[in-house]
Design a protein around this ligand. Structure first.
Ligand SMILES: [Zn+2]
Length: 435
């Protein structure tokens, strides 16, 4: 019998219970004068809704302005889709402190593919720049955090809000807001526009009067980009000295060039991640039915996207959220060769060490042969796997047996479980002659 345990942290569906919106905020920009459509009709389809006027970033205590403006310096942006509680204070993404909003924000919702579609759209918009967008909180270092949540303290007319941090100077750990959820009807490209605009405010970009530019304050649908064009700044010029070198005016902004100045062009990522199984140790022995944890350390110069657990050459489970690992429960008798593959955002892959675990069986007496024996077995395993399709009921009566390798924090997929029990069968065929 297969028993699975998962320590699932359920993101509670938090009610929109915001502490307080900043009273000083001016979040309703004046309406453009060119509209001839009924505003309600526009808003019914999500058009014409505005993205809030950014709030000039506050100078934190002890702040010393950099001597030189930021030039061609890589940055990381963490897009948070989880439920989150923010305190109010000077922006500090590491500690969930925002200078704009405090309170509880509900999770984005939807499934992994909904979030992935938004992330893909965001990454396309930002592809020209050396800015890395991740949806897993970085372990350390500076990062801007965008809270992506349907909890909207301003009501439906405002899609986002952010601090305006000229030259990205006050803080490299700002918090920005995009009031979107998986079920709000906005396509990924529009949600990505909101996220991109709010994040860009925290880098000193202001609103421009051009619907094709991500920095346009009014949602006009489509799929705007950061345009390589000097455009009039709307209600702004706050960060005029940032825009002036590219446009010759404090009231004109080239969004694309401003971002290139700050971060430089995107750099191709050719560096593979590092990955290691740190527990259990190679050669560990357990009784049948034991519980243990497979603990993985994975790192990358940018970000690890996913780690996959393998038994032999067959993939068992996937974990996309750090810390990486799996809980194993009720493991049947057998010899298990576990390894882990890590993939970074650019698709570079790396394989971990192979850890052989003995469950209810003796470690082969020829100790020196055990490591090599694994790979030697690997050859025969392929042969056996070919025969594996012809099921042997005598040997595989326990078809429900398997390694309950459970990704921590998520339920296993049915497909993975089917694979698990299949693998257990194959393994038994292969191992039993030796036991
Ligand atoms: Zn805005």
């Amino acid at each position: 019998m297969l028993h699975l345990t998962a320590s699932i942290t359920l993101a509670a569906a938090l009610a929109p219970d915001l502490a307080s919106a900043n009273d000083e905020l001016s979040i309703e920009p004046s309406r453009p004068q060119t509209w001839d459509m009924d505003l309600d009709a526009l808003q019914a389809i999500g058009l014409g809704q505005s993205r809030g006027v950014p709030v000039p970033a506050r100078e934190p205590p002890g702040f010393v302005a950099p001597i030189e403006p930021q030039r061609a310096e890589a940055a990381v942006v963490f897009v948070n889709f989880e439920a989150i509680t923010l305190q109010q204070g000077f922006d500090d993404s590491h500690n969930d402190v925002s200078e704009i909003l405090g309170g509880d924000f509900a999770a984005y919702g939807g499934d992994a593919s909904a979030r992935a579609a938004v992330m893909e759209a965001v990454r396309i918009d930002w592809a020209p720049y050396n800015v890395l967008f991740v949806d897993t909180r970085p372990d350390g270092g500076d990062y801007t955090m965008n809270v992506t949540s349907p909890t909207n303290p301003y009501g439906g007319g405002v899609l986002g809000i952010a601090p305006l941090d000229c030259f990205n100077m006050m803080s490299k750990n700002n918090i920005t807001f995009a009031f979107h959820g998986a079920n709000d009807g906005f396509p990924p490209a529009v949600q990505a526009t909101t996220i991109g605009q709010e994040v860009a405010h925290s880098f000193g970009l202001e609103h421009v009067d051009e619907p094709g530019d991500i920095m346009n304050p009014y949602n006009s649908g489509g799929d705007p980009a950061f345009l390589d064009e000097c455009l009039p700044v709307v209600m702004g010029g706050v960060c005029g000295s940032q825009h002036e070198p590219n446009c010759g005016s404090q009231f004109s902004q080239n969004s694309h060039q401003d971002l290139l100045d700050l971060f430089g062009p995107s750099q191709p990522d050719t560096q593979a991640p590092t990955v290691q199984i740190v527990a259990p140790g190679n050669g560990a022995m357990y009784p049948v039915g034991a519980e243990f944890e497979i603990t993985v350390m994975a790192d990358d110069d940018n970000a690890v996207q996913v780690v996959d657990l393998y038994r032999g050459d067959a993939k068992l489970q996937t974990d996309a959220v750090a810390p990486y690992g799996w809980n194993v429960t009720d493991i049947p008798e057998g010899t298990y060769e576990f390894s882990v593959q890590a993939t970074d955002l650019a698709g570079n892959i790396a394989m971990s060490n192979v850890v052989t675990v003995y469950v209810g069986v003796e470690m082969p007496s020829d100790d020196s042969g055990s490591a090599d024996g694994g790979s030697a077995d690997g050859g025969s395993a392929d042969g056996t796997a070919g025969e594996g399709g012809t099921d042997d009921p005598g040997e595989n009566g326990g078809g429900d047996e398997g390694c309950g390798c459970n990704q921590r924090g998520a339920a296993p997929s049915v497909a993975a479980l089917a694979l698990l029990s299949l693998l257990a069968r194959r393994r038994r065929r292969r191992v039993s002659p030796r036991v």
